[in-house]
Design a protein around this ligand. Structure first.
Ligand code: AMP
Length: 113
């Protein structure tokens, strides 16, 4: 998608700090971290959000996110979040899962992230 920020990152038109890459997924550091570790995992194909994605893509996305968390040494735990649509406060319309960790997170699930 021409105007999608994350597609631009995938094309190398916008810089990113790469954490992981394979043939289907790409992971990089969030520009505005909400925890000590804050990584975004995205599919290389442009899919708007979790509501538009198929089972295989979502399974692979969450599986990949869990492997990345493991490789980052987040063995005390972590949180995976995917915001969807207006009420979900999704700001970038390219499917992504946030990995948050590296420190104790709050119990409030109604917060910003
Ligand atoms: P969401 O609100 O769930 O759509 O999350 C979008 C995330 O993308 C936010 O946490 C932003 O900080 C992050 N973000 C936006 N632009 C960039 C960028 N160029 N590089 C890294 N992260 C970004």
């Amino acid at each position: 998608m021409d105007n999608c920020i994350f597609c631009k990152i995938l094309r190398g038109e916008i810089p990113s700090t790469k954490v992981y890459e394979d043939e289907k997924y790409y992971a990089f550091r969030d520009i505005n971290p909400q925890a000590k570790e804050h990584i975004l995992v995205i599919p290389k194909c442009h899919v708007k959000n979790v509501a538009q994605a198929d089972e295989a893509l979502l399974g692979g996305l969450f599986y990949t996110a869990a492997r990345i968390a493991e490789n980052l040494g987040l063995n005390e735990g972590f949180r995976l979040i995917t915001n969807c649509g207006k009420h979900g406060a999704q700001s970038v319309e390219h499917l992504h899962v946030h990995i948050l960790g590296g420190e104790q997170l709050g119990e409030d699930m109604n917060g910003k992230r």
